[in-house]
Design a protein around this ligand. Structure first.
Ligand code: PRX
Length: 653
């Protein structure tokens, strides 16, 4: 492709816009419209200003060390303790303030204050120390959403040890691989977890993993369900017992700003999982400052990020960001549909939640379940909404604002990644005019561009590769144990620029529209089409709850568009509907985008973090042997879809 050639043809049309609500704008944390230019004029000064909101044990000598790119270092020479920033510094003024309104799936509840959390973290840190965990130590954590999970993370931080949290839905094998790669010496787990009324055998999985992870000497087990578990004396210890025996006095270690706080493994579509390394000073600066600004955090807010701590969203926006800001959060253990499909709205109503952050997949599920569920609850406390993890289609965006946000609350569509550590592209509630489906623009201090195949910026309205062209404090530092893979994956395609791997276009108003992973782009008759835009058009149809689109090899057009569609509850699908869906896409974005085939399916294959696995749908469409399905949350659905695709392909005329 030549100069200025778009990497992707963007088809989406712009629609409605929403100005900041007057009451939000009036008292907003960030209210100066010059904030973006001020930060851009002195990017490093901007980040130093954010870092100064933390408590440092000793000041940094240099804000950004860029001597050896892409191995950037931030706030070098400075020391701090992350746990002290999240807990100790709040004690004098807000020790009695609730840090977490914790709610268990069976309905048990606990309010945990900052003072409570501090005491428990100190004790558990001492307990870990007694098991040989010191500065620079390595601890693996495999738990459900119980209070002991953030306690274990913060205890590591207090000691200056690094943690890796492995999501409780992963298998024994995945846990063993991660513990071995990380070099963990201690595992923190629990007997069983609750999920949708079922018991998840966490310790049994952990025991199987430990057979393959000889470097892990101890397993500390939190008692949650009280279910029977196997026990190995000498290796296994009860969380509550070691906590009770430990002293409450535990000084926080002053750590180098660049000390690893944690590694979190991301599974790409191919290759072994990558241990994404995050540091102490830069990471906390990014997580805390973005949490405060993007969610317009005020003292009386009740904040709820309905994600799992096992993902980066939970690390940055359940644990580190909110606690560093002294916020009061809701933390919920279980599934959204248990015991009934209005569980989340019942919780939001009870705690008078004012800020709610969740994934588009969840939002589309709630749309599918129907409007009457949220309507039965008083959600009038909700002030700000957030979305993360996937592009949010305008239909879901509008539904979220109307049915959860009372037709008032602005939706912050936040784009970021495990690798970026904190939110990169997002509106600010008091300042941004919102366009449903667009993530607005880079936050103050962040510089993002859209470039074509040749690395040059593409003109407004054209699609291309999203890159970040200046380092930022919460960026990943490397892939654990594999510096070369870090360079190859993120920094080699366009020298000097971080390659996010997502497609994007910037419209003439300067707003960013994310177009999905570059790997998912289709080439239809020489047009490069983003799956996201076609999915968005399908979901815009009143009968459709969710849609996934992939390119399937086609002798005539190169690739043909294969769509997989889940209908809303109560809608029955027939040939007439399929024809209508195809016409709807043609009307919305043009005949070129009309799906060649549409398969109606009860569900779509999703990763455990809720992302649609388009790779598997490509395999199904091309009648290939299925690739790796280990990260799939709902394995059974793939074979069901494969059957549907062969028996009932709804081929184009
Ligand atoms: O493709 C983008 C998508 O999720 C990817 C990052 O996934 P992960 O590392 O699991 O982190 C998810 C939580 C931060 C991105 O490369 N993504 C995330 N947020 C958005 C998004 N795509 C579009 N719009 C978003 N708001």
């Amino acid at each position: 492709m030549g100069e200025g050639d778009p990497a992707i043809d963007a088809l989406q049309h712009d629609g409605a816009t929403y100005s900041p609500p007057a009451d939000v704008a009036a008292g907003a944390v960030v209210s100066d419209p010059a904030v973006w230019t001020r930060a851009a004029d002195d990017r490093i000064g901007w980040w130093e200003e954010q870092a100064r909101r933390l408590d440092w044990a000793s000041p940094w000598a240099r804000a950004l060390d860029d001597d050896d790119p892409p191995f950037f270092r931030w706030f070098t020479g400075g020391t701090l303790n992350v746990a002290a920033n999240c807990l100790d510094r709040h004690l004098a003024e807000r020790g009695d303030r609730v840090a977490f309104h914790w709610e268990g799936e069976p309905g048990d509840r606990m309010d945990i204050t900052y003072a409570d959390l501090h005491g428990r973290v100190c004790r558990f840190a001492n307990a870990l120390r007694a098991l040989g965990v010191e500065r620079g130590g390595r601890v693996a954590i495999y738990m459900g959403m119980v209070p002991e999970l953030p306690i274990a993370m913060l205890a590591c931080a207090r000691l200056g040890a690094a943690h890796t949290v492995v999501f409780g839905g992963f298998s024994a094998e995945a846990l063993a691989d991660r513990m071995n790669d990380f070099g963990a010496t201690v595992l923190v787990t629990q007997d069983e977890g609750w999920r949708a009324g079922k018991r998840i055998p966490l310790k049994a999985n952990a025991d199987a993993a430990l057979e393959r992870a000889p470097g892990v000497a101890h397993s500390v087990v939190c008692r949650r369900t009280g279910g029977d578990v196997a026990w190995r004396d000498g290796r296994d210890l009860w969380f509550h017992e070691v906590e009770a025996l430990a002293a409450e006095e535990c000084p926080a270690e002053a750590m180098d700003a660049e000390q690893m706080l944690f590694a979190l493994y991301t599974s790409g579509t191919t290759g072994k999982p990558k241990g994404i390394v995050h540091t102490s000073g830069g990471y906390l600066t990014g997580a805390a400052s973005t949490h405060r600004m993007v969610f317009d955090l005020h003292d009386d807010d009740i904040y709820w990020c309905a994600a799992d701590i096992g993902w980066i969203t939970g690390h940055s926006y359940i644990v580190y960001g909110p606690l560093a800001n002294g916020a009061t959060s809701v933390m919920y253990e279980g599934g959204p549909g248990f015991p009934a499909q209005d569980r989340l709205w019942e919780i939001a109503e009870r705690y008078r939640v004012s800020i709610l952050y969740m994934a588009p997949t969840a939002i589309r599920t709630f749309m599918k379940w129907g409007d009457s569920l949220p309507a039965a609850h008083d959600l009038s406390s909700i002030r700000i909404l957030g979305s993360v993890g996937e592009p949010i289609n305008p239909e879901a965006w509008e539904w979220y604002r109307d049915h959860i946000g009372g037709g008032r609350a602005p939706v912050m569509d936040t784009w970021w990644q495990t690798e970026t550590g904190s939110i990169m592209i997002s509106p600010l509630p008091g300042l941004s005019t919102l366009k449903p489906g667009s993530a607005s623009g880079p936050l103050p201090g962040i510089s993002a561009r859209v470039v074509g195949e040749d690395g040059r910026e593409v003109p407004a309205g054209r699609g291309g590769y999203l890159v970040i062209d200046h380092p930022w404090p919460s960026m990943l530092r490397t892939i654990l144990g594999d510096d070369q893979r870090y360079v190859d994956t993120y920094w080699s395609r366009f020298p000097g620029m971080y390659l996010a791997g997502d497609g994007c276009r910037v419209d003439s108003g300067g707003d960013y529209w994310l177009l999905g992973r570059i790997d998912d782009v289709m080439n239809v008759s020489g047009h490069r089409l983003s799956t996201i835009e076609i999915e968005s058009a399908l979901v815009d149809h009143p009968a459709v709850a969710e849609a996934a689109v992939v390119g399937r090899a086609d002798p005539v057009t190169g690739e043909a568009i294969a769509a997989f569609v889940t209908l809303r509850d109560g809608v029955t699908g027939d040939e007439a509907l399929i024809a209508d869906l195809r016409d709807h896409v043609a009307r919305q974005i043009g005949a070129i985008a009309k799906p060649a085939s549409i398969v109606l399916t009860p569900d779509l294959p999703k990763t455990r973090s809720g992302k649609i696995m388009r790779r598997l749908l490509r395999d199904v469409s091309e009648h290939r042997q299925l690739g790796d399905v280990t990260t799939l949350a709902n394995e059974e659905v793939v074979s069901a879809i494969a059957d549907l695709a062969t028996t009932n392909p709804h081929q184009e005329d």
